[in-house]
Design a protein around this ligand. Sequence first.
Ligand code: ZN
Length: 211
Amino acid sequence: MIPKQKVIEFENKKIIVNEGLTCPACSSDMNISYTAENIPHFGKTHFIGYACTKCNYKNTELIPVDEKEPIEQSVKIENEKELSIKIVRGTDTTLEIKEVGISLEPGARASAFYTNIEGVLQRFKGSVLSMQRYYKILESEAKSDNERKEIKLVQKKLIDKEKKLNRYIDGKAPFTLILRAEKGYGKVLSPKAKNLLKKPKKTNKMANKKK
Ligand SMILES: [Zn+2]
């Protein structure tokens, strides 16, 4: 599905936002609000907030003022203190923790945020908890023992994920967070983050040549 696009002018700069004025959930009118914030080590960034006037639908887009390059990083979090490492997540950004088998995928409906590693873990935990509620409903509606067994297996995995995330949130176990941002709208704001994309020695000239 192609998201609706709209050009808005903000602080003398034209920016394209990925949604129109109607709510994707109920088609009612949406209120749009803009703010700009200077994020240290990332730069000036526009935040565009959408809020439906009828239902609870809310979304945030984040658009850096300056052009960015694609980014791929990993950061190993080894203690409680490192949970306060800041992170920017735009609508192009995937976040993944392989140890848990969990990821937050990009997309037009993906909400952008500026938070720290603990905030990311809380979001992951929130999605695991909502999956648990969903499977609880499925369990109550299961029509056979086999079906129930399969649901139980998933539930067990979800509980394992929740336990792991709780240990990370408490700073009791190390883990690695991976960030991929196609347009560079996301970044781990720490010198500890490793860059996973190899930079070409000469920009542009080499890009179109095939070996
Ligand atoms: Zn709505």
